[in-house]
Design a protein around this ligand. Structure first.
Ligand code: C2E
Ligand code: MG
Ligand code: MG
Ligand code: MG
Length: 288
């Protein structure tokens, strides 16, 4: 590879690789004590039903701020946590913290927690979830776990057992980032997901590309047939939301409604909703 890249490229490439490796090592080292130093926190982003505009619940999104590295995005540190065996411990903290926060919200709201495919392959996940529900007192129906299709890449008996055991606890399981993975359709038959989340890459192109619209329409009708709820992620404007409503999507999540928020901001958001979104609320409490 070095030969075909040419000398000039190689001289440029080597120091860059060294920088990547240094960063990776720094992140790993810092991450080892992050939980104990209380550097992790959760932000929450609302999921709102199309049509009646009720807040259904929030997705918990992990945040890490290190004194020297600053804010490290989950897209960078979650894979490191998976590789160096920290994801079990961090994941257990996330689900417990998410359940505790959800207990501060009005009853009936759900909290969605992202689960790494690495976690989903171990029975430890079941124990963490049960412990979180017990410690917080949150009813299982208020908890949804989000997993991605990559969980099926190394699909084992253990993975399927874990997923079924979780569902048996009474919580819901969502398939996250749907449409970005591998042979997506096959997985829908392997496991009875409760919710399907349409990846934001399709939402992004909803207005500009006919093929994205065709894919979204097809995903929605497929999900309907399989009796799954549909959430569209990454909704950034009203036009996208309107189109998703027209396509019979159940709910939306994205910057258009709110960015991920701290727990106090969530309570403020709930107190102001729906007045802050200037649109009539059909079928709200007054008329229901
Ligand atoms: P995800 O589960 O698909 O989460 C949605 C991501 O899209 C979040 O990024 C969110 O901030 C972002 N987002 C939401 N609305 C919009 C929008 O309108 N436009 C755009 N451009 N982006 C939007 P975030 O928080 O950086 O998380 C990235 C990924 O990291 C998550 O993707 C999830 O896979 C992973 N992750 C986050 N928290 C956890 C966690 O607690 N555990 C595990 N295992 N993974 C996590
Ligand atoms: Mg998610
Ligand atoms: Mg997603
Ligand atoms: Mg995503």
């Amino acid at each position: 590879a070095a030969k075909s890249a040419g000398r000039g490229d190689f001289r440029f490439f080597a120091p860059q690789m060294a920088a990547v490796t240094r960063r990776r090592l720094a992140v790993e080292q810092a991450l080892r004590g992050a939980l104990q130093r209380q550097e992790l926190s959760l932000h929450f982003q609302p999921q709102v039903s199309l049509g009646d505009w009720r807040v259904k619940g929030f997705e918990a999104l992990l945040r890490w701020t290190h004194p020297e590295l600053g804010a490290v995005p989950p897209g960078e540190f979650v894979p490191v946590a998976e590789e160096c065996g920290l994801i079990g411990e961090i994941g257990a903290w996330v689900v417990k913290q998410a359940c505790l926060e959800a207990m501060q919200w009005p009853a009936g709201l759900t909290v969605a927690v992202n689960v790494s495919p690495v976690q989903a392959m171990s029975h430890e996940l079941c124990r963490s979830v049960e412990a979180a529900l017990q410690a917080s007192g949150l009813p299982a129906v208020a908890l949804e776990l989000e997993i991605t299709e990559s969980v099926f890449l190394n699909e084992t008996q253990a993975t399927m057992q874990v997923l079924h055991a979780l569902q048996a606890l009474g919580l819901r399981i969502a398939l996250d980032d749907f449409g970005t993975g591998y042979s997506s359709l096959a997985y829908l038959r392997r496991f009875p997901f409760d919710t399907l989340k349409i990846d934001r890459s399709f939402v992004l192109e909803l207005l500009s590309r006919r093929d994205a619209r065709a894919i979204v329409k097809t995903i929605v009708s497929l999900a309907r047939t399989l009796d799954m709820k549909i959430v569209a992620e990454g909704v950034e404007d009203a036009a996208q939301a309107e189109m998703l409503q027209r396509y019979d999507c159940d709910s939306v999540q994205g910057y258009w409604l709110a960015r991920p928020m701290t727990p106090p901001q969530v309570l403020e958001f709930l107190a102001l909703w729906p007045a802050q979104l200037e649109r009539p609320v059909a079928g709200g409490d007054a008329t229901a």
